[in-house]
Design a protein around this ligand. Structure first.
Ligand SMILES: Nc1nc2c(ncn2[C@@H]2O[C@H](COP(=O)(O)OP(=O)(O)OP(=O)(O)O)[C@@H](O)[C@H]2O)c(=O)[nH]1
Length: 389
């Protein structure tokens, strides 16, 4: 009886998980971290206390912040203290470091917004709370306290390609058919509520990662829909893959219907408003659902309009019209659902564009290096030419 009532009581007080946890994707996480204190020294023998352990973040692939939260449910991570110096240990043993695995793509901040570091590839490490130094003659043999503060982990997914589009355009369907990812697909908007990452695999073993992000809506830059939260992930992708529905989009009967061309322009605008530098990224435009009635005729018109975008946008009102136009490298009509050939075409185009982009980046680096060498040489010559007074 007592047992039953205890169970009932426990069931009653168990809180429902917070909303963001129910959604199943977290891209920021606050932790409290503390390095261990240094051990005290031993004045009699000039003994030095052990250094306190540090809290260190280590980047790991295929991880999400939910895993960090599961591992550290209290959100408090403490490294151990250094041992005092004693007769037994003249040099006190150091405290152990605590290594916390976090996803690749995390940037760490303090509450004041100071950036402590970025973890961009597997194995990258950032010390987030240093252990205190041990006591020794110069500090009066008193070990000092370790660093202790709350930190914020901010995750931005790193993928080669980022899928951007309005809800229901077919982004998840494309990701599913082009990679081995299994995102949820349904005929209603906002089926995707968390980013999914798929790997595109090629015969020569080359792999390209692609992130499917929840659909944007008008006003996403100002945090309407789920936009803002997810737009930040586009910042770290190399190439943008815009997906639009040839038949346009309407969020609900209360909302304005947007044609296929409108959605391209609106996506351009949303990206621009969120962060103009996103428009510098190479972009491919995929026009989806080409298997539907009348799609071919609509496509011919839309393609023409998109190639003349600078003039076409003048017909749009100021709040919709972007000031800067996204450079669309290629426009590909596809049926993500029906055509394997279309998917192959997208796959090959992405690879080519990424390769061209990598070459460009390399060239840019070489030019920058050369410029630096020339600048240094010039400075050297100027210094030599200056007469010594
Ligand atoms: N006819 C046709 N329907 C498609 C095609 N691609 C996707 N669909 C359908 O469009 C609907 C939406 O597809 P999703 O892949 O979930 O779209 P999404 O862009 O990921 O949607 P959100 O998760 O809301 O952002 C589903 O009913 C799909 O079956 C296509 O090529 N042709």
């Amino acid at each position: 009886m007592v047992f039953t009532s205890t169970c009932l009581f426990l069931t009653k007080i168990r809180k429902a998980p917070r909303k963001y946890l129910r959604q199943g994707f977290i891209d920021t996480l606050r932790l409290y971290v503390r390095g261990g204190s240094g051990g005290n020294g031993y004045p009699k023998y000039g003994g030095v206390g052990g250094q306190g352990g540090s809290v260190i973040l280590v980047a790991k692939e295929k991880m999400f912040l939910e895993h960090v939260l599961n591992e550290h449910q209290s959100k408090r991570i403490f490294a151990s203290h250094g041992t005092d110096s004693s007769q037994k240990y003249i040099l006190g043993p150091p405290g152990e470091d605590v290594k916390v695995e976090v996803p690749v793509g995390v940037t760490v901040y303090t509450d004041e917004g100071k950036r402590l570091g970025e973890l961009n590839k597997e194995g990258d490490e950032v010390i987030v709370a240093k252990g205190g130094i041990g006591g020794h003659p110069k500090n009066g043999f008193l070990g000092s306290e370790g660093q202790a503060w709350p930190i914020k982990l901010d995750l931005k997914l790193i993928a080669d390609v980022g899928l951007v589009g309005f809800p229901n355009a077919g982004k998840s369907t494309l990701l599913r058919s082009i990679s081995h990812a299994k995102p949820k697909i349904a005929s209603y908007p906002f089926t995707t509520i968390r980013p999914n990452i798929g790997m595109l695999k090629y015969k020569d073993l080359r792999q390209i990662s692609m992130a499917d992000l929840p659909g944007l809506i008008e006003g996403a830059h100002a945090n309407r829909g789920m936009g803002h939260k997810f737009l930040k992930h586009v910042e770290r992708t190399t190439l943008l893959l815009l997906v639009v529905d040839i038949n346009g989009f309407q969020l609900s009967p209360q909302h304005t219907f947007r044609s296929c061309l409108d959605t391209v322009i609106l996506l351009n605008k949303e990206l621009e408003l969120y962060n103009e530098s996103l428009l510098e990224k190479p972009a491919v435009l995929v026009i989806n659902k080409m298997d539907t009635d009348g799609a071919l005729k609509k496509f011919e018109k839309v393609r023409e309009q998109i190639t003349a975008l600078p003039e076409i946008i003048q017909e749009y009102s100021e709040e919709i019209r972007p000031t800067r136009i996204l450079e669309i490298g290629e426009i590909i009509p596809i049926s993500a659902k029906e055509s394997v050939e279309d998917i192959e075409k997208v796959k090959n185009t992405l690879r080519n564009l990424l390769d061209i982009n990598a070459e460009k980046q390399k060239l840019k680096e070489v030019v920058m290096n050369d410029l630096n060498v020339i600048r240094n040489l010039k400075e050297n010559l100027r210094e030599r030419a200056t007469p010594v007074v």
